[in-house]
Design a protein around this ligand. Structure first.
Ligand SMILES: Cc1cc2nc3c(=O)[nH]c(=O)nc-3n(C[C@H](O)[C@H](O)[C@H](O)COP(=O)(O)OP(=O)(O)OC[C@H]3O[C@@H](n4cnc5c(N)ncnc54)[C@H](O)[C@@H]3O)c2cc1C
Length: 382
C-alpha cells in the first residue's frame, strides 16, 4: 500500500522471492498437518533451507551466505508467513547456535561446526532458559566446574527449541569466573533431551528439555571469548531482530486470509467485506502491518550500518509481536467459526504468536529495557 518495495534492492527482492517460493512448495501444503500432529520434518527442512543459504545467512565465512540484515529479515518474514515454528528453526540455528559459535568460538570450533550447520546437516540448539529461571537468566543454576583440564556440567535447560533433534547445543552455565558458554555435542554421555509434549502453540517446532548429568567436556568445548551474561544476551539480540520481521509474516498471512474470506463470504445479502465495521478492522490492520514493516526496515538498515542497539531491537520486538498477535486475533473474528478451523491459517498463527510473545524476552522484559533507556533506572528487580 505504501510502495515500500521500491526501497528494497534487487538482491533483497530476489532473496525474498526464493524464500516465498520455498514456503509455498515445501511448507504451506503440509503445515496444517504438521501442526495437528505436533511434528515437523525438522531435519529435512533444515537441509532444504541450508541449500538456499538460509542458515546463518547473515553471517560471513564458513559456508554462510553473508546476506544483508534486511535480506535476512525479509527471509524471516516469508518463513513466518508459512509458520512461526518453521521460522524458529532457522532463527535458532542461525542467530542463536551458529551466531554464538561464529562470534565467540575459536577458529577450530568455527571450522568444525559452522560449515555443516550452514548446510543443515548438523542441527544446533541454544540452552539458556531453565525450569526455574526464564526472564532472569543471571540466576541460572546450571554449573560448570573445572576438573583438571576438563569441564564438568550439571543442571537442566527447559523450553529449548530443536533440542530433541539437535546434534549440538550451545549451553550457558555458571562457573567460578561467571557465566560461560560451552559447545556440547548432544551425544556426550550425561546429556539427555526430552520432547516437551502437549504444547498448544508452535506445534510444528520441536521443543525440549535438556538434562546435564555430570557431563564431562574437554577444555576446547568452552567458547573462549564468551564471558559473562552479555554473551548470550548478544545472541538473543540477533534472534530478536529476526522476530521483528518474522512476526509481520504471520500477521500478513492472517490479513490475506481474512481479506479473501471477507470478500467471498456473504451475510445479510452482501460480502462481509462491504460492512463498514469489517473495513475498519481491515484498514487498521493494514496500517499496523505497514508501520511494523517500516520499523523493521529501519532497524534492518541500522543493522546493516553496524549501529543497531539492543534497546532498538526491543522496540521492534515489543511492537511488532504485540501488533501481530492483535492482527491475528482480529482476523480470526472476521472468519467467524471458520476462524477456529485448521483449514485456515489464522488461529494457528495466533497460537504460535503466543510463544513468540514470550520467547526471546517477554513483552514485559522489553518494556523494562525501553523503560530503563528512557529513565536511566533499571526496574528488573533483584
Ligand atoms: C516455544 C518456546 C521455545 C523456546 N525456545 C527457547 C530456546 O531455544 N532457548 C532458550 O534458552 N529458551 C527458549 N524458550 C524460553 C523463553 O525464552 C522463556 O520462556 C522466556 O524467557 C520467559 O521465561 P519463563 O517462561 O520462565 O517466564 P518467567 O520469566 O517466569 O515470566 C513469567 C511472567 O512474569 C513476567 N516477568 C518476569 N520478570 C518480570 C519483571 N522483572 N517485571 C515484570 N514482569 C516480569 C514475564 O514477563 C512473564 O509475563 C522458549 C520458549 C518457548 C515457549
Amino acid at each position: 500500500m505504501l510502495d515500500l518495495d521500491g526501497s528494497l534492492t534487487e538482491e533483497d527482492r530476489q532473496i525474498r522471492s526464493v524464500v516465498a517460493g520455498l514456503v509455498t512448495t515445501r511448507v504451506r501444503p503440509h503445515i496444517a498437518r504438521w501442526y495437528e500432529v505436533g511434528q515437523a520434518p525438522v531435519r529435512e527442512l533444515a537441509v532444504e533451507f541450508g541449500k538456499v543459504g538460509l542458515l546463518g545467512m547473515h553471517l560471513t565465512g564458513y559456508g554462510c551466505a553473508g546476506a544483508s540484515a534486511v535480506a535476512y529479515g525479509l527471509a524471516c518474514l516469508e518463513l513466518e508467513a508459512g509458520d512461526s515454528g518453521v521460522r524458529s528453526l532457522v532463527s535458532v540455528q542461525g542467530s542463536l547456535a551458529m551466531y554464538a559459535i561464529w562470534r565467540y568460538g575459536s577458529e577450530e570450533q568455527k571450522r568444525h561446526w559452522l560449515p555443516s550447520m550452514a548446510t543443515g546437516e548438523t542441527i544446533g540448539c541454544f540452552g539458556l532458559t531453565e525450569p526455574d529461571h526464564g526472564s532472569d537468566p543471571a540466576s541460572m543454576a546450571t554449573r560448570a566446574r573445572r576438573d583438571g583440564t576438563d569441564w564438568v556440567l550439571s543442571g537442566g535447560k527447559m523450553w529449548i527449541t530443536n533440542a530433541p533433534v539437535a546434534d549440538v547445543a550451545v549451553i550457558w552455565a555458571r562457573t567460578d569466573e561467571g557465566v560461560r558458554g560451552f559447545v556440547v555435542p548432544m551425544r556426550t554421555p550425561g546429556v539427555t533431551a526430552r520432547e516437551i509434549r502437549h504444547k498448544m502453540s508452535l506445534r510444528a517446532s520441536s521443543t525440549g528439555e535438556i538434562v546435564l548429568d555430570e557431563v564431562r567436556l574437554p577444555a576446547d568445548a568452552l567458547l573462549p571469548t564468551a564471558t559473562g551474561l552479555k554473551a548470550p544476551l548478544s545472541c538473543l539480540t540477533e534472534a530478536r531482530y529476526g522476530i521483528v520481521w518474522g512476526a509481520l509474516g504471520a500477521a500478513r498471512d492472517c490479513l490475506h486470509s481474512a481479506l479473501d474470506y471477507a470478500i467471498t463470504r456473504e451475510q445479510f445479502g452482501r460480502p462481509i467485506a462491504g460492512f463498514q465495521l469489517t473495513q475498519a478492522k481491515l484498514a487498521d490492520m493494514a496500517v499496523e502491518l505497514q508501520k511494523g514493516y517500516l520499523l523493521a526496515l529501519h532497524l534492518g538498515r541500522l543493522a546493516d550500518a553496524g549501529t543497531l542497539r539492543p534497546e532498538q531491537v526491543s522496540v521492534g520486538k515489543l511492537n511488532n509481536v504485540r501488533e501481530a498477535i492483535d492482527i491475528a486475533r482480529q482476523c480470526r473474528t472476521i472468519l467467524g467459526a471458520n476462524g477456529i478451523s485448521g483449514e485456515y491459517p489464522v488461529l494457528r498463527h495466533a497460537n504460535n504468536l503466543e510463544s513468540v510473545l514470550t520467547y526471546e524476552g517477554t513483552s514485559e522484559i522489553h518494556q523494562l529495557v525501553i523503560g530503563q533507556r528512557l529513565t536511566g533506572l533499571a526496574a528488573f528487580g533483584g
